[in-house]
Design a binder for this molecule. Structure first.
Ligand code: PBG
Length: 328
């Protein structure tokens, strides 16, 4: 055969393949989401996420240490709040006895070099299970009223020592209102990672079970995005960038690679992607049934995010994947 081009020449050995590889996976690009609860129980396994636990403010330190030892440097924290502490105004979010705020301070004291992302949204604290305030008469999610608590929440987290506040609520104008609040109190170096492109997805089920945070009535479709659309990502990104976001997120990950790629062509900000709870559960199920080798499967899916343009990847697999990378 007379062929001038033979693509296989660049695949013929591991050394050549490694040489020409465009993308790589490194533990330093992972952000490890961790669930916190106020309890004497050290580890509470989460049924919907096999292998993932909720930690108390002691055991969380051990988990961080283990992850740090395999190269993970960044973490995202989510609180599981007792039902009897929830109310319509999400008031526990701002209380000085809030274990979540205390844990942020404690973690930063023990591990000053890690990068910590918070969660700014009402749902873990809200008796309604929504990300913003709910009008008791109409059931509507109130945008501007919610901005007040969201920016106060962000300020408390900044005071506790967070590196990046991460609004996941999808209210309009929240990045600006948080930025103004932080700057007014001299927290100009606390960053904002905006859950900028967040779809009203069916892949969040296991997370809502982990935090007991599902909406009590209705759904989140009046604030999270409609997955039939893609053009509004540009508007969301433009607004968040103009309002002062430092990092933009796409969420979920795998079913939205097209969105991630488009955003990476459009925005000059660093991008993150969230491999959400339903994706984790899906990969886990495949692995547990013996239908794929878990490490191969997971590293392939994580690589797809890098290829699509994400600098950082939020993944429940962060610690495990970092070990696999280290041993490969
Ligand atoms: C809510 C929030 C959600 C996730 C992160 N922050 C769920 C939701 O919008 O109901 C989902 C993460 C996951 O599924 O892993 N503020």
């Amino acid at each position: 055969m007379n062929m001038t081009e033979r693509p296989r020449r660049l695949r013929q050995s591991r050394a050549v393949r490694d040489l020409v590889a465009e993308h790589s996976l490194d533990a330093k690009n992972f952000v490890y989401p961790l669930f916190l609860q106020d309890s004497s129980v050290k580890l509470a396994p989460i049924k919907s996420l096999p292998g993932i636990n909720r930690f108390n403010n002691e055991s969380i330190l051990g988990e961080l240490e283990e992850a740090i030892s395999v190269g993970v440097k960044s973490f995202a924290l989510f609180p599981k709040v007792d039902e009897n502490l929830k109310d319509a105004k999400s008031s526990f979010a701002l209380k000085s006895e809030n274990f979540y705020l205390n844990s942020i301070a404690k973690i930063k004291k023990h591990f000053p070099d890690v990068c910590l992302f918070s969660d700014v949204a009402c749902d873990p604290y809200s008796s309604d299970g929504h990300d913003g305030f709910v009008d008791p008469n109409t059931g509507a999610i109130l945008n501007d009223e919610s901005l007040v608590i969201l920016s106060e929440m962000a300020l408390k987290q900044a005071q506790a020592g967070i590196d990046f506040v991460a609004p996941s609520d999808m209210m309009d104008g929240r990045v600006k209102s948080i930025r103004d609040m932080l700057d007014k109190h001299q927290y100009t170096s606390v960053g904002i990672m905006s859950y900028c492109v967040k779809y009203a997805s069916h892949f969040y089920g296991p997370f809502r079970e982990a935090l007991d945070s599902a909406p009590k009535a209705g759904d989140k479709k009046t604030y999270q995005m409609d997955f039939r659309n893609s053009k509004d990502i540009y508007r969301e990104a433009r607004l968040d960038q103009e309002e002062g976001a430092d990092i933009l997120m796409v969420k979920p990950g795998l079913p939205y690679l097209d969105i991630l790629y488009r955003l990476s062509e459009f925005s000059d900000l660093p991008l993150s992607v969230y491999q959400v709870s339903g994706e984790y559960a899906m990969l886990k199920a495949l692995a547990l049934q013996g239908l794929a080798k878990e490490s191969d499967l997971v590293l392939e899916s994580l690589m797809s995010f890098r290829r699509a343009g994400a600098q950082m990847i939020f993944t429940y697999y962060a610690k495990e994947a970092a070990k696999w990378i280290k041993n490969s």
